[in-house]
Design a protein around this ligand. Sequence first.
Ligand code: ADP
Length: 370
Amino acid sequence: MASSSELHSELMNQMIHQLEDFALFLIDKNGIIISWNDGAENVTGYTRDDVLGRNASALIGDFSANQETIEGSINEAIQKEVAHHVGWRVHKTKGLFWADIKITPLKHDDGSILGYSILAKDITEGKNQATKNEELIQKLHAKNKELEEFTYMISHDLQEPLRTIRSFIGILDSKYKDQLNEKVVTITSTISRASERMNGLLLDLLDHSRIGRNKEKPLINLNDLCENVRSDLNSLITRSQASISCPSPLPDVEANQSDMQMLFQNLVSNAIKFTKPENHPEIEILFEDKKEHYQFCVSDKGIGIAENQQERIFIIFQRLHGREEIEGSGIGLAHCKKIVELHNGKIWVESVPNEGSQFYFTLPKSATSE
Ligand code: ADP
C-alpha cells in the first residue's frame, strides 16, 4: 500500500498534469525538459513528444517572439529567486500570444540547483481587452472635452451677450431711428450685420455639437441617399449646370441616416461651389470595396487645394477664401470629419491646384467593426 506521502505526490503529479490553462514544465539544471503537463500542450501547441528530452533553449528559441534565451531567464531566476516575464510568445501553430511566465529555481537542501519549474499562462484575451478599454477611454475623454468646451462657450460666453447686443440694436433701429444721423445708422447696421453673422456661427457650432447625438445606425441604402442629396441640391445643380455621376452602385452601410446625408451633401456642394468659374462642375461619387472597409471618393475637376492647406480645411471655420469671393462659413468639412470619425472611419483629401480634388473617406462594413 502506498504511504500517505507517496499518495500525496501521486495526486500532485496528476493535478499538475491535468491543469489545462497553465503550462507547467520542469527542466533539469542542464536545461533538458523533463516534465510537460497538458496545459503546456494547450498553451504552446508543443506535445510531450515534441519536447521531452530536448534542451529548453531550442524550444524557447522557437517559442520566444523577442529573442529571449533560456540561459538569460535562468540566470535571472537564480539571482532573483524567480524570473517573471510578460510578453509575446509563439504558439506552434496559432501565431503570437501574450504570455505571463514565471521561472523558479528548484534546489537541493544544501542550496545547489536541482532544476527549474516554468509556469506560463496565455493572457492574450485580458491584454486585448485592456488595450481596447484604454483606447475607448481615450476616445471618450477626447469627445467629452470637445463637448464640454462647446457647451460652455455657447451657453455662457457667447449667446447671452450676443442676445443683448442684438436686442439693443433692435431698439435703436425701431425707436430712435429718426434721431440718428447717417453716420450712426451706418455704424448700427454694421453692428447688426456682424451680430447676425455671429449668430450664424453659433448656430453652426450648435449643429456641430449635435452631430453624433443620434446614435441610430440602421442599414441604409447610399444610392437612395445620393438621390436625396441630388434633390436637396437641385437648385444649386441647375444653376451651376453641374453633372454628378455615380459610375458603380454604392453599397448599403450601417450608419446614421442624417449624418450620412450631411456628409455627402457637404462634399457634393463643395465640389459644385469650388469649381473653376469658366467650367460647369463635373463630379463623380466613387466607391471601392477594400478588404476591411468601404472607401468612397467625391471627385471634382475644380480649383483644387494647395498641399500645405489640405489638413487645415478640416478644422472648424478654416476657409481658404473670403466670404465675398465664395459663400460659406468654413464648418462643412469639420462636420464631415466628425461624422466620419464617429463612424470609425477616416477622411482625407488629395488635390492638385487647378486640376481638382478627391475627398476620400472610409466607413466600416458593419457599425460594430473596426
Ligand atoms: P465652406 O465650404 O463653408 O467654406 P468647408 O469646411 O466645407 O467650409 O470647407 C473649408 C474650405 O476648404 C473651403 O473654404 C475651401 O477653401 C476648401 N474646400 C472645400 N472643398 C473644396 C473643394 N472641393 N475644392 C476646393 N477647395 C475646397
